[in-house]
Design a protein around this ligand. Structure first.
Ligand SMILES: [Fe+2]
Length: 194
């Protein structure tokens, strides 16, 4: 058996292909609040035909990288959202906010800038008193960018117990209290088994 590789620290950035860089910049910068760190147009990125638009929502150089082509040479305009399309690739990318209050502020903001929330906000949980019956143990909403790439905004991602592969019980009960329920309103979901 080979030695285990070093552990990853985090899933950090995503690079997504867009069909209209101006529309994408408007969406991510003007509507979602990203800052552009650097842009390199097509023709300047080695032998590759595409350009790069590095953008950030943290202090790191990029959390998101938009990949774009000269007008008329890039991917076709979307036929739908990545959520439902039969193309391989990313289904959605997700950005974390601090808590439920901030997620609710995002709902108000998205309504103001007229971005459709096509799912949520919803608590993905089969056991939480307000849960939608889905799995995932977080609170989330979903939108799509102008190229159909879906973006999730979420908070309260469950902390896992590494020994039982179950949602950490004290985290679960704290969340119930944060959400205005009794800490014993329900129990963490059963550990998943193959
Ligand atoms: Fe997700």
């Amino acid at each position: 058996m080979p030695k285990a590789p070093p552990k990853f620290m985090a899933l950090q950035h995503a690079a997504i292909k867009v069909h209209d860089i101006e529309a994408a910049k408007d969406f991510y910068v003007n509507k979602l609040g990203f800052t552009i760190s650097e842009i390199y147009p097509p023709g300047t990125v080695g032998d590759f035909p595409f350009g790069l638009c590095f953008m950030r929502c943290t202090e790191l150089h990029h959390d998101l990288n938009l990949i774009f082509w000269p007008e008329g040479e890039g991917p076709a305009p979307p036929e739908g959202r990545s959520f439902e399309s039969l193309q391989t690739g990313l289904h959605h990318i997700a950005f974390q906010v601090a808590n439920r209050v901030e997620l609710e502020a995002w709902v108000a903001h998205l309504n103001e800038v007229e971005i459709e929330i096509f799912w949520g906000p919803s608590i993905h949980s089969p056991v939480h008193p307000e849960g939608d019956g889905f799995w995932g143990e977080n609170r989330a909403l979903y939108i799509a960018d102008p190229s159909g790439n879906c973006v999730e905004i979420f908070c309260d991602m469950a902390v896992m117990d590494p020994y039982t592969n179950q949602v950490n019980e004290s985290w679960y009960r704290d969340r119930l209290v944060r959400d205005g329920h009794s800490p014993t309103a329900s129990d963490p979901p059963e550990a998943w088994k193959p």
